[in-house]
Design a protein around this ligand. Sequence first.
Ligand code: GDP
Length: 293
Amino acid sequence: MKLHYGDMTDSSSLIKVISAIQPTEIYNLAAQSHVMVSFEVSEYTAEVDAVGTVRLLDAIRTCGLEKSVKFYHASTSELYGKAKEVPQNEKTPFYPRSPYACAKLYSFWIVVNYREAYNMFACNGILFNHESPRRGENFVTRKVTRSIAKIHLGLQDVLELGNLDAKRDWGHAKDYVEAMWLMLQQTQPDDYVIATGETHTVKEFVEIAFQYVGRTIKWQGEGVNETGQDAQTGQTLVRINRKFFRPTEVDVLLGDSSKARNKFGWKPTVTFKELVKDMMDSDLELMSKNPNA
Ligand code: GDP
């Protein structure tokens, strides 16, 4: 593997790298990808996630590769936002609920437009949340598994979270990356939803992750006063901190990936419980080796 410098806000770097490599496939996974952070740095998010995509598409054209390159764009279930229907499929209308989702809405349509205007092999993968031990520490799943590993090892007392009732369709990243590749191996470019078809609350994720270290959580109180206690000792292990609430929330995401399943036989192989276990195993090992991680 060779790494090259480049930046989604710097067209000439994109042209240089594409011209040097002459790639046959490009996967655009570059983004400011955190929803909450996008409320803080909304203009930058638009620069990278929206304008960055058209820069990359234009770089392909500038290099004269629009007829040979296959282009994958990391679209997102966040486009459904205040969802118009449950479950969501490729025909469900979009209703973005964050600067991140608004930027990704532009990207979705510019990919469709370049496909239609220039006959490019360009696909949108509308991927629902996908997690793994490599997930960034400020996404809820990884924050939970890291914190529970620390609590289990006596390195932390309490886990502070925002909206416990949000529902997400969480899959394992390794299944989803295969779907990205499969999209580019088809004869025609198209847009596909990739999802497990199961939705779980943040609370359920927390409960299952704690079960993994032998602790049962009992919930008490409501709203910002809700707490999660160890059912045996009564110790408070989870509490709410308002600072983790978003100005506009996406309450429920549940994907219908029948199109991908029928078209190229994709289906997830990792269950929700196995995903939690993979992340817990990894963070328990990490924290026991390096408590400051
Ligand atoms: P997203 O679906 O791309 O926004 O992925 P996240 O993992 O960042 O958030 C998933 C859901 O968990 C959202 O509905 C958040 O509001 C909710 N959530 C609750 N507490 C937290 C928290 O402490 N951090 C994050 N990142 N999300 C939280």
